[in-house]
Design a protein around this ligand. Structure first.
Ligand SMILES: C[S@@+](CC[C@H](N)C(=O)[O-])C[C@H]1O[C@@H](n2cnc3c(N)ncnc32)[C@H](O)[C@@H]1O
Length: 293
């Protein structure tokens, strides 16, 4: 089937099944994205915007451009076009309740607290974690608590690092934390900012989850929510296993509402609530009973 639609105002652009397959192959190899054939019209309309932005009139020129080593930025634009950055403070709030109720008592006993927001978009998830820790952890434990927050999209990382949000985003932040962790923004009256101590707990960086990760963990919790939904099953299974390897025993993996952990990671994870998993604690090694030898 050939899909066509005007791209630059100068006529229709052909988008054949072969074009779709070439794009799907590239998106899978570079970003782990699984683009089903049924998504072709949606993919086409999103890619057409990129062709318009780059003033390109045919799809094969765009594919050639994507493969060029100098076009790393365009490959990131492509993933932005194919995924969504939708997020909010305290989204899927039950995860933050679990963090507070089931993990924080354990964190109080530790020297070091590390949490990863993987696929953090514009930062609301990471700051919700920081606000929860700030609200519930003792000052001594807070001093050693760090949140790592990564996303493939550098534009999202820039937005997250600015820690400035529209006033309407306040609505989902519990009132107590609105008071303690946010402040009005003097330069932009329609915005608010995250307070400096809460900001300092979070380090933002760009990272494609399909590539090697530059840290070893262990993490007390990993939030990877509404990200793996774009990946095929094999890629998801690999991702769950990689996360599990970086979790501390008893650590939590939180995933998105329409996602589910499957594959080898389940050997080490136990379900601990809705879209919540906990790494099992390995049994202590037993000393062989010499009398029976
Ligand atoms: C819908 S947002 C989820 C934000 C947040 N985790 C939440 O649940 O509210 C999905 C994010 O995943 C990011 N993403 C998609 N593929 C990725 C990849 N291969 N590596 C890292 N981030 C990726 C996107 O850039 C986007 O910001």
């Amino acid at each position: 089937m050939i899909t066509t639609a005007p791209v630059s105002g100068s006529g229709d652009v052909r988008f054949t099944d072969d074009d779709f397959r070439a794009l799907a192959q590239l998106a899978h190899a570079e970003f782990g994205l699984a683009l089903a054939e049924s998504k072709k019209p949606l993919v086409y309309s999103r890619i057409a915007r990129r062709l318009r932005a780059r003033k390109i009139n045919d799809f094969s020129s765009y594919m050639a451009l994507l493969k060029s080593p100098e076009e790393a930025e365009e490959r990131l634009e492509l993933i932005s076009a194919l995924t969504t950055n939708v997020t909010s403070f305290f989204r899927e709030k039950h995860h933050f309740d679990t963090l507070q109720k089931d993990l924080i008592p354990q964190l109080e006993k530790q020297q070091r607290v590390r949490i990863w927001s993987a696929g953090c978009s514009s930062g609301q998830e990471a700051f919700s974690i920081a606000m929860t820790l700030t609200d519930a952890l003792s000052e001594a434990s807070l001093r050693n608590a760090r949140i790592l927050a990564t996303d493939i999209d550098p534009a999202m990382i820039r937005k997250a690092s600015a820690a400035r949000y529209a006033l309407e985003d306040l609505a989902t932040i519990p009132a107590k934390m609105q008071q303690s962790a946010t402040r009005p923004c003097a330069e932009e009256p329609a915005s608010f900012e995250i307070t400096a101590p809460v900001q300092r707990m979070v380090s933002f960086g760009a990272l494609n989850l399909m590539e090697p990760w530059p840290f070893k963990g262990p993490f007390d919790a990993i939030f990877c929510r509404n990200v793996a939904i774009y990946f095929d099953h094999q890629t998801q299974h690999r991702l769950w296993s990689r996360f599990t390897a970086l979790l501390r025993e008893g650590g939590f993996l939180f995933i998105g509402h329409s996602e589910r952990v499957a594959g080898p990671a389940l050997d080490s994870l136990q379900s601990a609530g809705v879209t919540t998993y906990r790494k099992a604690v390995a049994p202590a090694p037993t000393t062989p009973d010499r009398r029976q030898e």
